[in-house]
Design a protein around this ligand. Structure first.
Ligand code: V47
Length: 358
């Protein structure tokens, strides 16, 4: 098939197979990918760029796992390690009162000691301090570890967390689904099957989740497409994913640093392909903390319709992995200017993509 024929099929709303997607990736000019992805984006969200008012809580950077790409983990006793108590976490939540946050994103390392009840109590306390904010908490990897350790089945465990106030689950921990590569870059970590099962269970309980991919390391195009295919299949079954977030491997301060980082052109292709391949996931997020502000502006011309949120200098995962923005924070003015630069309109949303104000 020619690129023109594939492009015509995409425009007609036909689903891309892995083979056509690979051909598009290899042979289509960048401008065409941008055009197709933007057309698709406009069908879903018109001229809108979504953002929210949010901040992160990262309870600890101690972690039972040792992923090769991670720049964030520290061993116990290290001067750069932190391990907050429930009281300290409650205090962090309190310090953000009055900012108008509609979402608290809680993720951290997988703690060696805490039991399941500790996490339930964490959610309950943050929710009681900020009842108006939605809690989007714990990657499937953290969840799998805490529930397996406590001998709680996923349905029961997720229901208990939901009853305490956890309303959504972030997309982290997916990394790369190909089992051989996963064994290479994060050998101890929870499996692909576990990640998918926890998201499936959450969706069945009505809990919305996000999905990610970590790209730009040892994987090849076929692994990226395999990853997208597995997500598309799950989404066909459940419809529970709100957003997909391609995460570019950042190479500072981790044991895969020698690999280097992929180009911005590659980033744009990854965003466009995500938008085109994942025809059943409504939102593609260009996570500005990871790309930086100027690449995020460009991402808005390659199918992204969401940039994440104001952040309020509350996350260290990417500053420790070498991104320029050491104290990540976006003002509403900056967000509006970024959207306008791309010919789009900034729209505030909540965790569930309901529009706020306007
Ligand atoms: O799972 C860790 C990634 C993820 C590096 O759901 C790295 O709205 C690049 O998932 N280079 C956590 N990436 C972050 C995450 C996320 C972020 C923003 C929004 C949402 C959402 C989810 O960060 C990890 C891992 O894939 N990561 N180290 C690194 N050196």
């Amino acid at each position: 098939m020619s690129i023109d024929e594939i492009a015509a099929r995409v425009r007609a709303g036909e689903r891309l197979g892995c083979r056509e997607a690979a051909q598009l990736w290899r042979e289509a000019p960048l401008w065409l990918l941008g055009q197709l992805a933007s057309e698709r984006k406009r069908k879903v969200s018109g001229d809108k760029v979504y953002y929210n008012r949010n901040f992160h809580i990262e309870p600890t950077n101690l972690c039972v796992f040792n992923c090769r790409f991670c720049s964030y983990r520290r061993p116990a006793g290290d001067p750069e390690a932190w391990d907050y108590s429930l009281e300290e976490i409650e205090e962090i939540a309190r310090s953000h009162r009055g900012e108008g946050a509609t979402e608290v994103h809680i993720v951290g390392g997988v703690h060696p000691q805490h039991g399941f009840d500790w996490y339930v109590e964490l959610v309950r306390r943050v929710k009681s301090v900020l009842p108006e904010a939605a809690i989007k908490a714990f990657t499937a990897i953290e969840l799998g570890w805490m529930m397996d350790k406590a001998g709680v089945d996923y349905r029961t465990g997720l229901s208990r967390l939901r009853d305490a106030g956890m309303e959504a689950i972030p997309g982290g921990g997916a990394e790369i689904f190909d089992e051989r590569l996963r064994a290479e870059i994060c050998p101890e970590k929870g499996s692909t099957a576990q990640w998918l099962e926890i998201h499936r269970t959450a969706h069945r309980l009505g809990i919305k989740t996000n999905a990610t991919i970590l790209y730009g390391h040892v994987e090849r195009l076929e692994h990226r497409l395999d990853h997208l295919r597995r997500l598309r299949e799950l989404q066909d079954d459940t419809g529970g994913f709100n957003a997909f977030i391609p995460l570019k491997y950042r190479n500072f301060g981790n044991s895969m640093s020698r690999i280097g980082e992929v180009s911005v052109v590659e980033d744009m292709k990854m965003l466009a392909m995500s938008r085109l391949f994942l025809d059943n996931v409504p939102h593609i997020k260009a996570y500005w903390v990871m790309y930086g502000k100027s690449i995020t502006e460009l991402a808005l011309a390659f199918g992204a319709d969401d940039i994440d949120g104001t952040i309020e200098d509350s996350t260290k995962i990417y500053s420790m992995a070498g991104v320029e923005e050491r104290k990540p924070r976006l003002t509403l003015g900056e967000i509006e200017r970024m959207a306008a630069a791309a010919g789009l309109r900034a729209v505030e949303r909540d965790t569930f993509y309901r529009e706020i104000g306007g």
